[in-house]
Design a protein around this ligand. Structure first.
Ligand code: G3P
Ligand code: MG
Length: 353
């Protein structure tokens, strides 16, 4: 990994433009770097024909690990040092909800990871679907808990009956590893009396808030074609609630791209990053932020919406290495479409210089 550059040797920094990158389908696919991504990062770090460094951040809908751990993974994949100070994942903004609720259900991710992340965010009482299954294995009739699952799960019965526990909010932090039992548990709570476990509402309109860290129906993994993502689970939860309650509506909430609030969060992060990393302390915000993404519905839609709202220009660039399939018409129109992230970086630099 490259260490910090000493100021006197560091190339000058562009202060009027910056980049923001989506990760899956742009820089990484199924855990492996997209080859052009490594060169693209080098060019941003000064190895370009103008010899300038260009500030950049990462904005992914993915998650399931702490920001620090995700940055360590990305550092290895991209062969450079990525700092949590330049990184936002799908569940990062959920941090701001930690003090609002006491007992919450956290869904998704491997093993205990998302519980740990939620606890580092300050959530006080984090229950997982595994805890509920351990307390009552009839909850999901076909789910067999492994020894590891049982060891990872906490003993809710120590607190008394399950019906003594009230879930005040549900947070889907990362993709479910077991859609059937997670769906069952989310629906049980959505149908409960005000979030109280093992109860049934008669009105089905007293459920706690349900937050998804993003709404991507599909995303780009190793398979040739896009894979189902959290947005698909969200849609199944909402539709199934309607079916099992005789037509009642379930209103859930999604963070992540394309929400403009996520891009506003990114703007604040970029300002801090430019000040702390590049010494652009009292500098004006960049005139243009180039956002490079592969999913028209989240990356391009969100960037264009941010562009319409913000004083700064947000310029959307669609790449062909992920969800978007060349030859189709993207649902949201990017300002530019290029083959790879390297072309995207060169496109932005050329437009500026
Ligand atoms: O689960 C990850 C996915 O839905 C999208 O990640 O990096 O393309 O925003 P990304
Ligand atoms: Mg993507």
């Amino acid at each position: 990994l490259s260490g910090p550059i000493t100021p006197e040797l560091a190339p000058p920094v562009a202060d009027d433009f910056a980049f923001a990158f989506d990760i899956d389908g742009v820089l990484v696919r199924g855990g492996d770097p997209i080859p052009e991504a490594i060169e693209a990062m080098k060019e941003l770090n000064g190895e370009n024909e103008f010899g300038i460094r260009i500030p950049y951040i990462f904005l992914t809908n993915g998650g399931g690990k702490s920001e620090e751990e995700r940055c360590r993974d990305l550092s290895k994949q991209l062969e450079l040092e990525v700092s949590p100070g330049q990184f936002i994942c799908g569940h990062t903004p959920m941090r701001e909800m930690a003090s609002k609720y006491n007992t919450v259900l956290v869904v998704g991710g491997e093993g205990e990871k998302c519980r740990e992340v939620a606890e580092t965010y300050g959530f006080r009482d984090v229950i997982t679907p595994g805890d509920i299954l351990k307390a009552n294995h009839h909850t999901a009739p076909f789910r067999k808990m492994s020894e590891v699952d049982l060891a990872n799960s906490r003993d809710l019965l120590k607190r008394g009956a399950l019906s003594d526990i009230v879930i005040e909010a549900i947070f889907v932090f990362a993709d479910s590893r077991d859609w059937a039992s997670d769906l069952q548990i989310i629906l049980d709570i959505a149908c409960s009396k005000g979030g109280r476990l093992e109860t049934r509402s008669t009105t089905f309109d007293e459920y706690p808030p349900i937050y998804f860290s993003h709404n991507d129906v599909i995303w780009s993994a190793s398979h040739e074609f896009p894979r189902l993502g959290m947005g698909a689970l969200r849609s199944i939860v909402e539709h199934t609630f309607e079916s099992v309650t005789g037509g009642k509506k379930l209103k859930t909430h999604a963070f992540g791209k394309p929400q403009v609030s996520t891009f506003e969060f990114a703007t604040r992060l970029l300002q801090h990053w430019r000040a702390n990393e590049h010494g652009l302390v009292n500098a004006k915000p960049p005139r243009t932020v180039y956002f490079v993404g592969d999913t028209p519905e989240s990356d391009i839609r969100g960037t264009n919406a941010m562009d319409a709202k913000s004083k700064e220009e947000w310029y959307s660039i669609l790449v062909k290495t992920g969800v978007y399939q060349d030859g189709t018409i993207p649902a949201y129109k990017p300002r530019a479409t290029v083959n790879t992230v390297l072309d995207a970086v060169r496109h932005g630099i050329k437009r500026e210089m």
